[in-house]
Design a protein around this ligand. Structure first.
Ligand SMILES: Cc1ncc(COP(=O)(O)O)c(C=O)c1O
Length: 388
């Protein structure tokens, strides 16, 4: 550390130089990110609440109220406003909390010591962290021809140690929605915790439904769903970090509570201690500001661009892994390997990512990807096709 203070202007200049090295969402060239530019109003609110610490909620009772209201609002478009939970740092922390809650409840109520969870092959890698951090054994259910979890496998692999089953609503790689209704039936029948990871789909599916899109039920309207992850910092347009964990009742939160004698609230269920009130305030404000209509408009725009890109890809002779369900597309070149295609795109200054299951170039059509960016992308893809 420098001994003498350095002038603000000099520090800001240095920071600017580093920031210039970052890719910018507004370039429209970041194709593989589930995050995007946060909404300007949400950023404005976020800054106002930077000092609020929900880890010591008794000191910040107004901000705690905001968090509770945000939870109810999110619950209201996921089938139940009377849910319990927290605004957390993201989908990883939300999934860890869900698994920790289910595990602890299973220890308390069923005496299960060596807990197992069954997750789809398509599940996010946060469940690998749950395996490592919570000592859970993770069993991967294979996918059917539409890349959805095999409910027969789930049914057949539940045993006396199973503490949770997981379904995904908007898979990380392809935006696939698992058969949550069938998982709910299994969960009710076997009395096993069902967690739905809607980190991506949670801020899309309900609003597309408002517009008349058809999706099967995937949320707390189903009796077997015990907890859900939904990320405001993905399609919710909230500033990073903002995830959300919701529980149908507070049994799981109670099962995770530890004593916090030196704080104003005497127990805490979240993984982190000191935590941002700003994330809660920003998503609370933004949901009011945009309303269901605002989120529906956003979802529609992303879907229109997705469908336009999907058609363009097919017209050029690229192979789509499947018709997109949400605003995520996986595709391949008929001759090049996925890696070769990704390299060609990177050479042309596109930032792409690849899915593994199945292998494909993956594009998440977030709101920073505009129609004109898609035209440029299709033109480059045509060039790649013609110059092979
Ligand atoms: C379905 C799903 N769950 C969880 C996560 C983890 O979210 P985060 O990166 O915010 O921790 C992701 C991230 O892409 C995701 O797609």
């Amino acid at each position: 550390m420098n001994t003498k203070p350095i002038a603000k202007s000099e520090i800001l200049k240095e920071l600017q130089e580093y920031q210039n090295q970052d890719y910018k969402y507004e370039s429209g060239r970041i194709l593989g990110s589930m995050c995007t530019q946060a909404h300007p109003f949400a950023k404005e609110v976020f800054i106002k609440f930077l000092d609020s610490n929900l880890g010591d909620a008794g000191l910040f009772q107004g901000t705690k109220h905001i968090e509770d209201e945000a939870i109810k609002t999110i619950g209201s478009f996921l089938g139940n406003p009377e849910v319990y939970g927290n605004i957390v740092t993201g989908g990883t922390e939300a999934n860890l909390m869900a698994m920790r809650g289910a595990r602890n409840l299973a220890i308390n109520e069923k005496g299960i010591k060596n807990g197992e969870i069954i997750v789809p092959e398509s599940a996010h890698f946060s469940f690998k962290k749950a395996q490592d951090m919570l000592g859970l054994k993770v069993i991967h259910a294979p996918l059917d021809e539409e890349y959805r979890t095999s409910t027969d496998f789930v049914q057949d692999n539940i045993n006396k140690n199973t503490v949770a089953i997981v379904g995904v609503a908007g898979s990380t790689e392809l935006g696939v929605i698992d058969p949550i209704q069938e998982l709910s039936d299994i969960s009710t029948d076997k009395n096993i915790h069902l967690h739905v990871d809607a980190a991506f789909g949670g801020f899309v599916i309900p609003f597309l439904k408002d517009l008349g899109y058809h999706f099967p039920d995937f949320d707390f309207t189903l009796p077997g769903v015990d907890s859900m992850t939904i990320d405001p910092h993905k399609m919710g347009l909230a500033p990073i970090p903002a995830g959300c964990i919701l529980f149908k009742d507070n049994k799981c939160l109670d099962a995770m509570a530890v004593d916090t004698p030196y704080l104003t609230y005497k127990q805490q269920s979240t993984i982190v201690g000191t935590r941002l009130g700003a994330s809660s305030a920003a998503i609370f404000a933004l949901m009011k500001y945009l309303g269901r209509e605002g989120y529906a408009k956003l979802a529609q725009e992303c879907m229109d661009n997705t469908n336009f890109l999907a058609k363009g890809l097919k017209d050029l002779g690229y192979d789509l892994v499947m018709e997109p369900k949400l605003n995520i597309i996986g595709f391949n070149h008929p001759q090049l390997s996925t890696e070769e295609l990704a390299d060609e795109l990177e050479k042309r200054d596109w930032r792409v990512s690849m899915s593994k299951c199945p292998e494909a170039v993956r594009i998440i059509v977030m709101r920073h990807i505009k129609h004109e960016n898609i035209l440029d992308l299709l033109s480059d893809l045509k060039d790649i096709k013609n110059n092979l």
